[in-house]
Design a protein around this ligand. Structure first.
Ligand SMILES: *Cc1c(COP(=O)(O)O)cnc(C)c1O
Length: 524
């Protein structure tokens, strides 16, 4: 180890063997600080702010509020601003995010959130507006929503759009409510079944059930796709719709999708397409051309707006000619040069439009609309197509690089779309499970891929790199995966069953957490 002139070591330190496991005095590890709950940090007797004593007259509240006046302390931890701030910043530092490293969660499209989007969303004319402002003062915002609607309709060749749903699952609900409204309008009340393939995302059957339909499962093929024949066998005059994901949750394009759409339409039903995997086909295929009647986008997947804790989701839904009349309010009604914002179902008058109601207060996640618009405009039509192509290329690069080391769910020569699916055949008799491998990836600094989904593949591992990873970052990921599989083959299973070793917490009792969740802190 070299020393600098003051005699200090200049190499990044590696813990000396003998000291490796010795606990620190503080309980912290390096600059990663142990963080208790807010309630454990502060007590309920003190407060972080000094307020003057209440004037006598304030005690009149007692009489003004009657029985509602609070008699017990509120029970919040009294912490100062710096204490509170540090608590949340320390927690955030324990979080893995797309800004820290590759996030290969299949079916989630965790791509880079461009900072240009953030700049656009913070323009005062977009950020500092309120949904109750007079329309004449928010013309630019309305125009932006109209422009976004135009691009989404253009990309899908569909007729109408509902921008307001607040996530993919909420978009599914919106699309299925439009389908239900169309059947009710036509007097087809006997249709109470929705077909869902057994490879579907859980939100599909859940949505169908929430709208009041019963689910009839359609078996998927070995390669995860659905055949026209199996749809035909499940069809009847009791079927209201099919919900199909394309590319499907195994990362495979549904080859018989046009035939399936024709069968569905002939039977008087509608075709709902789960558009969560649109990142594989944006600019390449228009779902309207395939016979789709309703499809949601996840702006937080395909169009790069932040995911989860980083920002609210947004799930606009496009509708075909057959469903357009049932689109929920609010929407912009175009009449030649003029356009009119329709905010109440009653405002359309008697005529061809029958909005089924509304999904949300106001217009949806406007901040996400600006980000998605910024993403689309900075890419252009050719750039969006290229992003899809690169997403597919990256997934196939991983597929080809790992095919000898792991077992591909659908065989060696099955080219995938934007995500690649492995099963746990390569782990057979090694003492290592899919979960163990996922935990070992955490020790290596990677967020694990999606595991045990889709359910049709044993011990599934679904890897989706997205287009925003560089070749260098893919190579690093691949190299580590190969090294891990070598460890497995050479019998070092204890490294995997003990993982994660380097995280602030080791394996959690996930079953216990799901079965007996503790959602509320209470003093002993
Ligand atoms: C992500 C996803 C959904 C749900 O979308 P949310 O925006 O998380 O509500 C539905 N279907 C599939 C296939 C998905 O990947």
């Amino acid at each position: 180890m070299s020393m600098n002139r003051q005699g200090r070591k200049t190499q990044p330190g590696t813990p000396e063997e003998s000291l490796g496991d010795q606990p620190t005095h503080s309980g912290n590890r390096g600059l990663l600080i142990e963080e208790p709950l807010l309630f454990e940090l502060g007590d309920t007797q003190t407060t972080g702010v000094d307020l003057p004593d209440l004037p006598e007259s304030a005690h009149d509240n007692e009489t003004r509020f009657g029985d509602l006046a609070r008699r017990e302390p509120i029970g919040l931890a009294g912490l100062s601003e710096p204490e509170t701030l540090r608590h949340y910043v320390r927690l955030s530092q324990k979080n893995y995010s797309i800004d820290t490293g590759i996030y290969p969660l299949g079916s989630c499209t965790m791509k880079h959130n461009p900072r240009l989007n953030e700049n656009m969303a913070r323009l005062p004319g977009f950020m500092d507006i309120h949904p109750l402002q007079p329309q004449s003062t928010v013309r630019g915002a309305i125009e932006l929503m109209d422009e976004l609607a135009h691009w989404l309709l253009e990309l899908t060749n569909m007729k109408a759009i509902a921008l307001s749903p607040k996530a993919g699952a909420h978009g599914e609900l919106c699309g299925m409510m439009a389908i239900k409204a169309a059947h009710e309008h036509a007097g087809h009340d006997q249709r109470n079944i929705v077909l869902v393939p057994d490879s579907a995302h859980g939100t599909n059957p859940a949505t169908a059930a929430l709208v009041g339909y019963r689910v009839r499962s359609v078996p998927a093929q070995k390669d995860g796709t659905v055949t026209a024949q199996s749809v035909k066998e499940a069809l009847g005059d009791d079927v209201a719709a099919i919900m199909l994901t394309n590319p499907n949750t195994g990362g495979v394009f549904e080859r018989e999708i046009v035939e399936i759409a024709e069968l569905i339409h002939e039977a008087g039903a509608f075709f709902y397409c789960d558009g969560a995997n649109f990142n594989a086909i944006a600019g390449k295929v228009r779902p309207g051309d395939l016979g789709v009647d309703a499809m949601h986008f996840n702006l937080h997947k395909t169009f790069s707006t932040p995911h989860g804790g980083g920002g609210p989701g947004s799930g606009p839904v496009v509708l075909s000619e057959r469903l357009a009349a049932f689109a929920p309010v609010p929407f912009l009604l175009h009449d030649g040069e003029d356009s009119r914002l329709i905010e109440n179902a009653g405002d359309v008058g008697a005529g061809k439009l029958h909005p089924f109601g509304r999904m949300t207060a106001f217009h949806g996640q406007f901040g996400m609309f600006t980000r998605a618009m910024s993403y689309m405009m900075s890419h252009g039509a050719d750039g969006l197509r290229q992003a899809s192509e690169d997403a597919v290329l990256n997934a196939n690069y991983i597929r080809a690089s790992l095919s000898e080391h792991m077992s591909l769910a659908f065989g060696e020569d099955h080219i995938c779309m934007h995500e690649v699916l492995f099963d746990d055949e390569f782990l057979r008799d090694t003492g290592v499970t899919t979960l163990d491998l996922a935990k070992a990836m955490i020790d290596e600094g990677f967020h694990p891929m999606t595991v045990y989904f889709p359910l049709i593949v044993h011990g599934a591992m679904l890897i989706e790199p997205t287009e925003s990873e560089s070749k260098a970052s893919l190579d690093q990921f691949i190299e580590v995966m190969i090294a891990l599989t070598r460890d497995i083959r050479e019998g070092r299973s204890e490294v995997f069953t003990a993982a994660p070793r380097f995280t602030p917490r080791r394996r959690l009792d996930e079953t216990g957490a799901a079965r007996k969740p503790v959602l509320r802190w209470s003093p002993e």
